[in-house]
Design a protein around this ligand. Structure first.
Ligand code: G4P
Length: 288
C-alpha cells in the first residue's frame, strides 16, 4: 500500500518533539483503543526516556470494553501509567490529575527535597494524527484554563496551558508518525481511517475488515446487517453481497455496487455503528 506520510513530515515532527522534550516532565501519549499497538510509535520510548509516562487509551467508547481492560493491564505490566478515556465526552478525564501525581511522584519529591515549592509538572500531549490530541487538550483544559505567555506584549514562545497550580500543558501536541512496519499495522491504520482513503482500495479494505469481524465479532456484524444466523459459514465476499442487498447498493440496471457497500461497512465500523470493536490484542504482537 501507499501511505500519505513522507520523510519531510516525519523529520519535522521529530525535530519539534526533540526541541520540546527537554522542557517537560511528563509525556501524555494518546493511543487509539481499537489499535493500541498499531497506533503507537515506539520512537517515543527513546524520545521520552527518563520522563514520567502516561498512556491514554482514547476512543475507548469505540473499542471492546473487555479488550480495553486487557490493554490497560498490558501497559501497566510494561511499567506505564495508563487510563482509558473518551476525549470527546470527557469520560475518564477526572482520574488524570491523580494519575499525573502518581507518575511524577519522583520529580515532586526531588523538588521538595531541594526546597523548590509549587513548580508545576509540565506535560506534552503526543500521538499519531487523528488520535484525538486536540479534542483531548480542549476537553481536558476546558474553558477555565489560562494560557500563559498569551497576553499582548508577552514574547511569543512556548504556550503553556495552566490547568491548575500543579499542572501545565504545552498547547501544541507532539505529532508521532505511524510506523507502518508491517502489512498488518498499515491495514489497522487504514481500517480506523488514519490514512488517506483516496489511495486505498475500499473493496479490498472492506473484505479484510469483514474477515476479521466474521472471526471475532460475527454477532454484531450479523445484527447490523440483518443476516439470519443459520450456522452457515459466510465468506467476506458473500457478506459484501449481502450488504449490497441490505443497504440497496446498486448501480444502474440492478448491478451490485460493491464499492458503495464497502464504504457503508467501513463507515459503520469507524463510527461504532457495528458495535464496540477492537482490532488487535496484546497476543497478536510479535515478541520484541
Ligand atoms: P488529532 O488532534 O490527534 O489529529 O485528533 P482530533 O482531536 O482532531 O480528533 C480526530 C477525530 O477523532 C475527531 O473527529 C474527534 O471528534 C474524534 N475523537 C477524538 N476523541 C474521541 C473519542 O474519545 N471518541 C470518539 N468517538 N471520537 C473521538 P472528526 O470526525 O474529525 O470530527 P467530529 O465529527 O467529531 O467533529
Amino acid at each position: 500500500m501507499n501511505y500519505q506520510w513522507y520523510p519531510g513530515h516525519m523529520t519535522k515532527a521529530k525535530r519539534m518533539m526533540q526541541e520540546n522534550i527537554g522542557l517537560i516532565d511528563l509525556v501524555i501519549e494518546l493511543v487509539d483503543a481499537r489499535i493500541p499497538f498499531s497506533s503507537r510509535n515506539p520512537d517515543i520510548d527513546e524520545l521520552g526516556k527518563n520522563k514520567a509516562r502516561l498512556i491514554l487509551l482514547n476512543k475507548s467508547d469505540l473499542a471492546d470494553p473487555k479488550a480495553n481492560q486487557i490493554w490497560m493491564d498490558y501497559f501497566k505490566n510494561k511499567g506505564f501509567h495508563v487510563l482509558e478515556i473518551n476525549a470527546k465526552t470527557g469520560q475518564g478525564l477526572k482520574a488524570i490529575q491523580g494519575m499525573v501525581k502518581e507518575a511524577c511522584r519522583e520529580k515532586i519529591e526531588r523538588d521538595r527535597k531541594r526546597g523548590i515549592k509549587n513548580r508545576p509538572v509540565r506535560a506534552i500531549v503526543v500521538g499519531i494524527p487523528n488520535v484525538g490530541k486536540s479534542t483531548f487538550i480542549n476537553s481536558f483544559a476546558g474553558k477555565a484554563c489560562t494560557k500563559t505567555g498569551n497576553k499582548p506584549g508577552v514574547t511569543k514562545g512556548k504556550q503553556w496551558i495552566r490547568l491548575n497550580k500543579e499542572l501545565e500543558l504545552l498547547d501544541t501536541p507532539g505529532i508521532l508518525w505511524p510506523k507502518f512496519e508491517s502489512e498488518e499495522v498499515g491495514r489497522n491504520l487504514a481500517f480506523i481511517g488514519s490514512m488517506n482513503d483516496e489511495i486505498l482500495q475500499m473493496t479490498e479494505l472492506a473484505m479484510d475488515l469483514t474477515e476479521y469481524l466474521l472471526q471475532h465479532y460475527q454477532t454484531q456484524l450479523f445484527t447490523r446487517y440483518q443476516v439470519e444466523d443459520e450456522g452457515q459459514s459466510r465468506t467476506p465476499a458473500l457478506m459484501l453481497e449481502h450488504i449490497c442487498e441490505n443497504r440497496k447498493c446498486y448501480k444502474k440496471g440492478q448491478e451490485p455496487d460493491y464499492e458503495k457497500a464497502a464504504s457503508v461497512l467501513v463507515d459503520d465500523f469507524r463510527s461504532g455503528r457495528i458495535g464496540r470493536i477492537t482490532l488487535e490484542m496484546p497476543g497478536d504482537i510479535a515478541p520484541e
